[in-house]
Design a protein around this ligand. Structure first.
Ligand code: HEC
Ligand code: HEC
Ligand code: HEC
Ligand code: HEC
Length: 201
């Protein structure tokens, strides 16, 4: 019985110490999704190269809406799956927040899941790197969570081989028939900075 009270006492002290450690830990800044519209405050300007306009005209910006369409909903019904627009296994590649790993929820009122595959799906959640002074310096951009993006970024969602059998799989789209070729695919979505803008610096 005596040992039991010792045990309770020690357990109490340990819990207290753990509590204090968490309470005293300096708070690290929460990173969140700002939403593509926010990036567009600067990146829709013509002098910088209007990356936002190029993205809006790409299929990435309609990737969430696709999940509400007949193709997606019929497929889910036939295969007894949760509705695509609510199904994390589809949203993982068809939305910004799930592609960045839920529960990285946005605290920004302007982000909406309807933006589909937004800027931050490829460039990383932007709350820390978005100020222009940070973005002017590639080193700062990266140390604040910015990602430049390359072929491996695309392959998080585009299967190199495609999925002609329309199989159900966590890491392949049942509708991606064609093989993924980085060079031709990037050509369709490229959105470079305006060279004149760059040399302005
Ligand atoms: C306040 C204005 C502003 C906002 C908001 C903004 N950017 Fe930028 N961004 C810039 C400027 C200016 C540059 C160009 C810097 C340079 O090279 O001179 C830039 C450069 C970049 C680059 C290239 C970085 C590099 O080092 O090569 C990427 C990628 C980028 N922005 C993505 C984004 C994304 C994604 C968002 C939204 C999460 C965003 N930006 C929001 C102003 C902004
Ligand atoms: C977060 C997931 C995701 C990432 C990362 C991603 N994509 Fe996509 N991509 C999609 C989805 C989903 C679609 C289909 C959208 C639709 O039609 O509803 C798509 C469609 C496309 C299309 C249009 C289809 C076509 O062949 O014409 C191109 C091109 C494309 N992506 C290129 C790229 C490139 C290049 C990269 C890497 C730089 C990339 N994607 C990264 C999810 C992603
Ligand atoms: C591994 C990432 C990934 C997953 C998981 C995923 N998708 Fe996709 N989806 C894509 C990509 C990439 C494309 C563009 C394919 C292309 O055109 O090359 C796409 C395209 C589509 C299209 C457009 C087809 C067309 O040509 O019109 C539909 C519909 C679709 N997906 C529905 C779904 C549904 C429903 C789910 C869940 C059951 C799902 N996707 C899961 C990545 C994914
Ligand atoms: C599907 C993935 C994807 C999406 C979505 C995307 N980007 Fe990019 N972005 C890339 C890749 C890949 C590069 C090329 C990086 C390189 O050249 O090293 C790039 C390059 C850039 C650059 C630098 C270009 C340069 O010349 O240095 C800027 C600025 C940029 N993106 C901004 C944006 C903004 C703003 C959005 C949303 C409106 C966006 N991107 C959406 C993948 C993406």
């Amino acid at each position: 019985m005596k040992y039991f009270s010792y045990f309770i006492f020690i357990a109490f002290i340990v819990t207290l110490l753990l509590f204090l450690r968490n309470a005293l830990k300096p708070e690290t800044e929460q990173v969140y999704i700002t939403g593509s519209e926010k990036c567009g405050e600067c990146h829709s300007l013509q002098n910088i190269g209007n990356q936002s306009g190029i993205w809006i005209n790409s299929r990435h910006s309609t990737a969430f809406k696709t999940l509400l369409g007949d193709k997606a909903t019929d497929f889910a019904a036939k295969n007894n799956l949760v509705k695509p627009a609510e199904n994390p296994e589809c949203l993982k590649c068809h939305s910004t927040e799930y592609s960045l790993g839920n529960p990285l929820k946005s605290e920004a009122p302007r982000y909406s899941i309807e933006e589909g595959v937004g800027c931050e799906s490829c460039h990383g959640a932007g709350s820390l790197y978005s100020p222009a002074e940070i973005m002017k310096d590639e080193g700062f951009f990266k140390s604040n969570g910015g990602i430049k993006g390359d072929e491996s970024t695309c392959k998080n969602c585009h299967s190199p081989k495609g999925n002609k059998e329309h199989r159900i799989s966590v890491d392949m789209c049942p509708f991606q028939e064609n093989e993924f070729d980085y060079r031709t695919a990037f050509e369709k979505i490229k959105h470079p900075l305006n060279k004149d803008f760059k040399s302005d610096k």
